[in-house]
Design a protein around this ligand. Structure first.
Ligand SMILES: Nc1nc2c(c(=O)[nH]1)N[C@H]1C(S)=C(S)[C@@H](COP(=O)(O)O)O[C@H]1N2
Ligand SMILES: [Mo]
Length: 448
């Protein structure tokens, strides 16, 4: 505590500074050569509660993750500093991001099941919840617009008339990872937990579209659900998105009526929902009542402008842009989660290896590799990545890393997609609504 030119700052304020002004915090805490200054090292060590064995390998400008993101944000710390918890019968505690509409994220380490259970399934509503129906088989679905024979089908008929298929399918919110954007964008500040991989049973959308007969001009779908708009206005949709016909005709795009072998839970879209795997979750309309086939790009709620659209040429982070020249997000980018260890986990003194596991996925592609590092990215260990259960299912990964001593470590983990694209070091292609952030993830581990 000798060569510090700053006035005596209590350690807590360093943590606050990291949160409020990371650039200034880094400028104060880090030397130009990327080594910690003595005083800052002491402060950080004290704030973290442990020495940092690999501090010499921390790239300049790197915030210790436990300071930037207190462990309570993943449900592992003290409730006082933590986020609001969402409790619902049958579910583990979720992280409440919003209550009107209801938005709740799964803590990343809870996504440790190969098939995501109801207990650990995230929730993203844009409107109010519709009333549950007494007779699911009487639920009606309309397919109209650019078709030769409009269809009006009851769920019972739909199930009996078309081939039933069962698949594990990833469904990820387009805003997953949004909290990693700097500057912060508007929207729910998701960490990595807006991802699911349940086993869905239903019928292929393409079978229905073939039965209805697409007209030559059929270009897009438009999806309608029974959930009322937040305002209660009956002429407005809570969300009303649509996709290119090619994705609607993909053999994995499903009208689902069962999730993990049971009727779909009400909150996840009972009795009938779309599952459009690998694309933003907003394409997976819940409480589905109608699919309108359009002869042009659908223009409902959540379409156009900056909604689910990202710059084709990067824009200045934080700037305004009406999104007119942006492109629709289709296949989601490659990403990995770590489910074996919670952020901020404390392990017994003497622990010298970590058995890591998690999941990886890459939209319509697959993950061909996952690497993990415990020395701030200086060296990486290749993990074993399993094949997906079927196309559009996530892939589980596992592997072991070794530690040289007790202390503060960070597990960095990143996936590479089947076309060789790797998760970037920081959230890229900043956009006003914060979609498609997939930077390398970091989880802090304290040994001893
Ligand atoms: N009818 C309807 N469908 C919807 C939504 C909605 O608000 N209403 N939200 C969408 C969004 S943005 C996502 S990410 C997923 C979330 O599905 P879940 O709540 O089952 O996790 O549903 C999509 N389908
Ligand atoms: Mo979403």
């Amino acid at each position: 505590m000798t060569s510090n030119k700053r006035p005596g700052r209590p350690e807590r304020s360093l943590q606050e500074l990291y949160r409020d002004d990371p650039e200034r915090a880094d400028a104060l805490a880090w030397g130009r050569r990327g080594a910690l200054k003595g005083t800052a090292l002491t402060s950080m060590g004290a704030a973290l509660g442990a020495a940092i064995p690999f501090s010499g390998r921390m790239p300049a400008g790197t915030l210790p993750e436990l300071l930037a993101r207190p462990a309570a944000a993943q449900g592992a710390g003290q409730p006082a500093a933590g986020p609001q918890v969402f409790r619902m019968e049958g579910k583990n505690e979720l992280i409440l991001l919003g209550d009107r509409p209801l938005v709740a994220e799964t803590p990343e380490h809870r996504l440790d099941e190969p098939v995501t259970s109801f207990r650990n399934f995230f929730i993203r509503n844009n409107g109010q919840m519709p009333e549950p129906v007494a007779e699911p088989d009487a639920w009606e679905l309309t397919i109209d617009g650019e078709v030769n024979t409009p269809l009006k089908l009851r769920l019972g008929d739909l199930r009996a008339r078309f081939a039933n298929v069962t698949m594990q399918l990833q469904m990820e919110c387009g805003g997953n990872g949004r909290a990693s954007y700097a500057p912060q964008t508007r929207g729910n500040q998701w960490g990595n937990g807006a991802i699911s991989n349940a086993e869905w049973t239903g019928v292929r959308l393409r079978d229905l579209l073939n039965a209805a007969g697409l007209k030559p001009g059929a270009a897009y779908t438009g999806h309608f659900g029974a959930d009322p708009h937040l305002s209660g206005a009956t002429d407005r949709q809570a969300i009303n998105r649509g996709m290119r016909i090619a994705k609607a005709m993909d053999e994995d795009t499903m009208l689902a009526f069962r999730m993990n072998g049971e009727p779909i839970p009400h909150i996840h879209g009972a009795p009938l929902r779309l599952i459009t795997p690998g694309w933003p979750g907003s394409f997976s309309q819940k409480w589905l009542t109608r699919i309108w086939i359009r002869d042009k790009v659908h223009d409902g709620a959540g379409m156009g402008g900056t909604s689910y659209r990202v710059p084709v040429r990067p824009i200045v982070p934080g700037s305004n842009d009406n999104g007119a020249s942006f492109a629709e997000i289709e296949s989601m980018p490659v990403r990995a989660i770590l489910s074996s260890h919670a952020h901020g986990a404390r392990l017994p003194a003497g622990t010298r290896s970590l058995d890591l596991r998690g999941a990886a996925w890459a939209g319509d592609l697959t993950a061909k590799a996952v690497h993990a590092s415990v020395d701030f990215g200086a060296t990486w260990v290749e993990m074993q990545v399993s094949a997906p259960a079927n196309r559009h299912a996530w892939q589980r990964w596992q592997g072991r890393v070794t530690l040289p001593s007790d202390g503060y470590f960070e597990v960095w983990y990143r996936a590479t997609d089947s076309e060789g694209r790797m998760q970037p070091h920081a959230a890229a292609n900043w956009n006003p609504q914060g979609y498609s952030a997939n930077p390398i993830s970091r989880v802090a581990i304290l040994v001893g």
